[in-house]
Write a protein of this length. Sequence first.
Length: 207
Amino acid sequence: MASGKSSLLDVTNEIKIDHDNVRDLFQRYKNATNEDEKKLIANTLIREMAIHSDAEEISVYNDYKKLGLGDTAEHNKGTFHPSCYHCNQEHAEVKKLVYSADSTSFGSADYDGIMLNAVTAFLAHAKEEEDEQFDKLKAALSPEDNDKMARAFIKARGAAPPRPHPWAPQTGGILQKAAAAQANIHDKVVETFEGRKYVDLKYSHPE
């Protein structure tokens, strides 16, 4: 049976779910008084920022060029482009900052500052998307294409690695997808070995 209009997803809503989860997690991180709980929240922040960035690149941004938003995609990725000389708070930089948080020992004297840098960069990019790009994206998509992109993004979240890999391919094409798949398997093995745990998210994507 054909999907009714009410069942169509909006890609900007799905992207914003991730943004809002990071906002909520960071507030919980700042409010945490128990170090064990704070570490679980930190693990979850790193996972969500890493997954979100890769998922956008291997799904949503791939369609930007044909929608007339190619410059926006390159700007968001932080790859070299004439319009992107100052992309220091876009994906490329965010991934490096999240990697720095992931590779710093929790509880070290500078950990809170490193996490703050990563989250601040992520949320600056999120606000730019929400304020300047969402309306353009929705205007360029039919309801059906919007739904298709939203579902591709949700699927890409499942394939994205749960830890940052800033030096992996960032093209959004087959090389990044292959690297993401390999990194996803590797990260999950490492996390099982380490016993890395997480907290529940406040907001969820549809099944």
